[in-house]
Design a protein around this ligand. Structure first.
Ligand SMILES: C[S@@+](CC[C@H](N)C(=O)[O-])C[C@H]1O[C@@H](n2cnc3c(N)ncnc32)[C@H](O)[C@@H]1O
Length: 190
């Protein structure tokens, strides 16, 4: 009996170790493939993001590079009638968002659409609201696409990074520690 328990215990530890190692490998490999790494925004900023977006029931919200989808899942809890679309091209967060999405759909009624593509290749003309947490150079690369596709009045909220060639309508300083990420929200209107 003792030997059986010992074997069971050591095999369990070994399997957990292998699973952790595989996830770490998957994360590292997919991060190096992408120009912008998967760094989920802090859950403590979700309320501020929601406030800055100022959604309505008929809003169509995109998260460009939605990661594990936490922003969209959070928003849809409070405004379930709006439409939510996440775009992601990195296999690791896609894996996570698919699992969360399945779980979320089981528990809630609202649905979130995930597009597995490069966001440069997705038409954004039906968006009313856009959320981004990317990199400064990507923001600048995206600006011509936004100028061309977005309809008048589309609101864009960028966590931490701003455009070089477009002025924000508002800059919101979040009350977070000096060394924390995601300390500023830039609000734009197109
Ligand atoms: C800093 S993370 C932010 C994740 C999520 N928006 C959040 O706030 O928690 C940026 C995400 O954008 C994704 N990404 C970067 N470039 C992309 C592209 N061209 N098309 C689709 N997704 C992209 C990355 O894979 C990464 O998951």
């Amino acid at each position: 009996m003792t030997i059986f328990l010992f074997n069971f215990f050591s095999w369990s530890i070994f399997i957990i170790f292998l699973a952790t190692l595989s996830l770490l490998f998957f994360w590292t490999w997919s991060t190096f493939k992408s120009k912008v790494p998967f760094i989920p925004v802090s859950s403590k900023t979700l309320k501020d993001i929601e406030k800055a977006l100022d959604l309505k029931d008929d809003s169509v919200v995109y998260d460009l590079g939605c990661g594990d989808g936490r922003v969209l899942f959070y928003l849809s809890k409070n405004k379930p009638k709006a439409k939510y679309i996440g775009i992601e091209n990195n296999p690791f967060p896609i894996f996570l968002v698919r699992i969360y999405s399945w779980w979320y759909k089981k528990k809630n009624n609202s649905d979130i659409k995930i597009i597995e593509k490069d966001f440069f290749d997705v038409d954004l003309s039906n968006a009313t609201h856009i959320f981004t947490y990317l990199y400064p150079n990507i923001m600048d690369d995206l600006l011509p696409k936004f100028d061309k596709e977005l309809k008048r009045g589309t609101r864009l909220i960028s966590m931490s990074f701003h455009f070089t060639a477009k002025r924000e309508i508002k800059e919101i300083e979040l009350k977070r520690g000096k060394y924390k990420l995601a300390r500023k929200i830039y609000v734009y209107e197109f």
